[in-house]
Ligand binder design. Sequence first.
Ligand code: ZN
Length: 316
Amino acid sequence: MVVWAADIGGTNIRLAIVRRNKIVARTVIPAMAPLGLRAALKRMVGVWTQLHADPRITTEKISAIGLAIPGIVNPQTGQIYPMPKGKFADAPRLFAGPLLQKILPVAPFWCNDAHAALAGEHRFGAAKGAKNVVLITLGTGIGTAVMLDGRPLFGAHGMAGNVGGHTTIDIRGAACLCGNIGCAETRASTWMLPELAQGISGFNGSSLASLPLIDFENLFAHAAAGDAAAQKILNQCLHTWAVLVCNLIHQYDPELVLLGGGIGSQHKAIFPFIRRFAKQHSWAKWPLDIRPAMLGPDAGLIGIAHLAALNRGRVR
Ligand SMILES: [Zn+2]
């Protein structure tokens, strides 16, 4: 079975052709989110078609289309709810019906991107065999998804477990783009790093001040090189992630906590801190596995392709 899979982010869209659960072709295109999801889907179909035209990739017809998006999707109806930050503003009107039929060759299966990544890790990666799992993706923002008793958690609208990044960590904290205050994302995510750096005492004398871009790669590097401002920011990020992990442990009682995304799976230095913090501060006084996700940026693609294939013919 051949599936067109997309992991649609606010900055980039990862596209793949997945055949029997293996990615046989892939590419990344800019999301251009302010132009809307409809425009993005049209470009995506063009790119998939080009990938598909190569006979070395596959000559089979596509059977399903899976679309993972950075927003809330109701698993019963396929309804997409408005996303914060004004990205893909047309998404809630698009999720079904004639508009989509004009763009896509088969009806798509929609899913939240963290749910898709958890499905990928559960079927093929680090959560194989586990029944109670919290996945946290640390990247541009913070995504979360939860599986309880072997089933993904959805709630009344599909939001359950999905907005861990927007739980309040600091009640006197900064306003978040989502409308809430002091969200985990406002204290420890890539989109907020430049503002966090500007606000830290000693920033002007810091080696970070000369960088054209402050991201976690250079934050970790400058902190390791002894820059005091970088160490302060990193310390805040580590504490925020650790508090978030504790909160999620208390809410969902997982046996396994996976950290994925660009930062979570790459910086192994995060894990000793979070494990120590969780042992000290959480109620979980039993063995609890906190470790990196395995599939990296492929988790969402593999997961959404798997879900789209499973739900083929049953899509809303
Ligand atoms: Zn928020």
